[in-house]
Every structure is written in C-alpha cells, then in structure tokens.
Design a protein around this ligand. Structure first.
Ligand code: PLP
Length: 423
C-alpha cells in the first residue's frame, strides 16, 4: 500500500478482509491457536511459515496494527509492544550486551532518559549523552566499536527540539551504526524518519497514534535496509543463535525485527494486548485528520501566546521566530504537532494560578491526545529539583508545557487569555 498518501494509509492500511469476514479487524482474545497438522506447526516454530501460535510472540489483532504502522512509516515490519517504554527497551535488548554503549541525545522523554541512564547501566550498557545542538564532531567522538545505536526523538518531549536528521544520519552511515528515532510526537503523518536516514523507528502509540488516551502501547518499525551481514559491530547477528536452532539473524529478510521478536519478545512477553491494539487501530484511522487540527490549533495558540505581554517566551518550531523553524520546514513541512512550551512572566506560584484558572485544558501528565492539557514540570514531574538543577535540566521554573488538543482554537485561546488575567 506504499503508493497511497498517508491520509489513505491511516484509514486503509493493515487490514483487508476476505469475503464474509468482519469489515474492521476483530479482537482475537486468545492466548493460543489451533493446528490440526503438526508439520505446519513445526514450520512456524522454525520461522518457515506464517501464522500464530502463542500471543506472547504475536497475535492477529496486534499484527494488523503492526502492518498498519509499518506501512505508515514506510518500513518492512512492525512489532507491537505493551508500551512505548517496552518498545525502547526491546530495541536496546535486541542489539546491546553488557560492555556495549549507546549514544543518545539528552533531550529525550524522561522515561527513556531513566531507562538509558539508570536501568540499562545495571545491565552493563552505558549511555553516552550529547546535546542535540552539539556539532557533529563532538557527537562522533562518543562513537566507538562498542556503540550499538544512536538515538534521538524527531520532536523532543518536552524540550521541543527538532532533530537534525542529516547530521546524525551521516555519522551513523559513516560508522555503520544503527540510527534509532523515536517518532512519537511527530507521527508518520508529519515526518517519516526512515526517509531521512533512520534505520529503526519507535513509538509510544499511547500518544497521538491512539489519540484518545485510551490504550497504552508501543511500536518498533524496522526499515529493513540496515546491513547487519558481516558488519563487525554486530557479531550477535552474524553468529548462530543457539536458543533458536542456530539461526543467523543477518541472513533473514528483516534481521532486526526477526531477532527482536524471535528472541526478545519470546523472552520478555512485552507484547501489546489485543484489546489495546484494537483501540489503537480505531484511533489511528483518524490520525491524519487529527494531526492536521492539532497543528493548526497549536500554530494559532503559539502566535497568540508569543504576542501576549504576560508571556516571556514560546518554544514551538512552527513559529517563524523559533530557533528550530528552518529545520522544521525541512523535516516537518506539514506542521510540528500540538506540543509547545512557554514561560510565564512570574514565578512558580503564578504558573500554578494560571493553570488553576484554565477551564478547558486540564492538568495531567499525559500529552498528545484529543484533549488539551497542561503541566508545570517545576511543581510536578521535576518538583524535587532546586531552581539551579531545573535550569541545568533545561526546565525554567516558569515553564509551562501545553499539549494542544483538537477543540476549537478560539475557545482555547479565550480560555488561555482569561487564565492569564489571573497571573
Ligand atoms: C510517552 C513517551 C514514551 C513512553 O511511552 P509509554 O507508552 O508511556 O510507555 C516514549 N517516548 C516518547 C517521546 C513519549 O512521549
């Protein structure tokens, strides 16, 4: 279905019923699957045939979403995971062993930062962080023969930094290292990282992909083009996997996805549930429509805030004055999504007053769904930090994060205006 535009793929990709089957994908709520022929089943275990045998590894409903997101991203294969975090964990487990390292932007989702800096470290995998705006040679200096992937987000949560794809992709190509991009906040509607040099795309589908704050989930999409065969950086892809009948992953059609599912999904069971896959399939039918509205609403709101006397600054890459505007035009020409951050002229108490007076946007830790929401990191997610530590973490004490929903833009602006009067 690659020939169709993304609007069409959002509605059509992933599922084509045969005559008499349900028009929308059914929820296959079954752990296991019937086979009358033991040879057919044996072939499945040898990865020779297509089919399902146990929902810890693959499930027909999850499979529909996997095919859909793979089509949206232009990849060859998707792997549905229980959450965005498990998608990132499985990605790391697929390529890393103790003694290896990963090179990652420091402007990433807080959960990913913790996973890389604390949890993976306990398993002997070192995270080497770079500032997203650092020059290429400084980032290159972090890459050595034990580096298994380079990681960054298309639009970083919550820093709203737009990824310089060309800079990182050139480094990864030069060193034959995997380039992994978290595309959660951009979605394939606004940007397709595989077209800009990424090898693997990961998602928290809990955000825009589902879009309704109804289902937790994650997705790994394999671009299928990375060359593992005889690449000395990846011995585990070039030696037989004794836990899988001596399979050599580099010789399979999609080595990354095959190893990820056959080995890591088998060993962790961190798969998406059929019901969450179903909800995410429904939600993603309207992804293209929703992203368009998120962008147009956020553009109007960013312009309103930027000209408001009580607002000190606004970070939103679609604003012509934004530091990342030119980069956004290059990689996300249709818009940069609904996430922005801004600084209120005042202190933390002023921010709290502002948020308490909002009537539409509610205070929550979730972002990127149909409902507008706000968060004041300094008094919630980052409240244990001192003012000085907040500045180091790039979080000004007066920073408010706003996730713009798909409500009416004028209603949202009027609500923000009346709440700013309380400051
Ligand atoms: C939310 C989020 C995650 C984690 O996803 P969960 O589904 O909450 O586990 C990862 N990356 C980004 C950019 C996110 O916004």
């Amino acid at each position: 279905m690659k020939q169709y535009d993304i609007d069409t793929l959002c509605v059509q990709a992933g599922y084509q019923p045969k005559t008499g089957e349900s028009r929308i994908p059914p929820i296959v709520q079954s752990t296991t699957f019937f086979y009358g022929d033991s040879k057919v089943m044996a072939d499945l275990f040898d990865l020779k045939g297509e089919g399902f045998f146990y929902s810890r590894l693959a499930n027909p409903t999850v499979d529909v979403l996997e095919k859909k997101v793979a089509a949206l991203e232009g990849g060859v294969c998707g792997i549905g995971c229980a959450s965005g975090m498990s998608a990132i964990l499985l990605t790391a487990m697929t390529v890393c062993e103790a003694g290896d390292n990963i090179v990652t932007a420091s402007e990433i989702y807080g959960g990913s930062f913790n996973l890389f800096s604390t949890t993976l470290k306990k398993f002997g995998v070192e995270a080497r962080f770079f500032d997203a705006d650092a020059p290429a040679d400084r980032i290159e200096a972090l890459i050595d023969e034990k580096t298994k992937f380079v990681f960054a987000e298309t639009v970083a949560n919550p820093a709203i930094v737009v990824l310089d794809f060309d800079k990182l992709s050139a480094l990864c190509k030069k060193h034959g290292v995997l380039f992994v991009v978290d595309n959660t906040l951009a979605t394939p509607v606004l940007c397709r990282p595989l077209c800009f040099g990424a090898d693997i795309v990961v998602h928290s589908t809990s955000k825009y992909m589902d879009g309704h704050a109804a289902a937790l989930g994650g997705m790994i999409v394999d671009g299928g083009k990375f060359c593992f065969e005889n690449n000395p950086r990846y011995p585990a892809f070039n030696t037989p996997d004794e836990s899988y009948h001596g399979l050599v992953y580099a010789k399979t059609p999609a080595p990354f996805a095959t190893k990820c599912r056959a080995q890591m999904m088998r060993d962790t069971g961190a798969i998406m549930s059929p019901e969450n896959a179903f909800l995410t399939i429904l939600g993603s039918d309207t992804l293209a429509l929703r992203m368009e509205r998120h962008c147009r609403n956020a553009e109007k709101i960013a312009a309103f805030l930027a000209s408001h006397p009580k607002i000190e600054w606004v970070h939103y890459a679609a604003l012509p004055a934004d530091k990342y505007h030119a980069r956004a035009q290059k990689y996300l020409p249709k818009g940069t999504g609904g996430m922005m951050s801004f600084g209120i002229r005042g202190n933390a108490a002023d921010c709290a007053r502002f948020m308490e007076h909002l009537k539409i946007a509610t205070q929550e830790t979730h972002v990127a769904d149909v409902r507008s929401c706000v968060l004041h990191p300094a008094s919630t997610t980052h409240r244990q930090l001192s003012d000085e530590q907040l500045v180091q973490a790039g979080i000004a004490p007066n920073l408010v994060r706003l996730s713009v929903g798909i409500e009416n833009a004028d209603d949202l602006i009027a609500d923000l205006a009346q709440a700013l009067e309380a400051v």
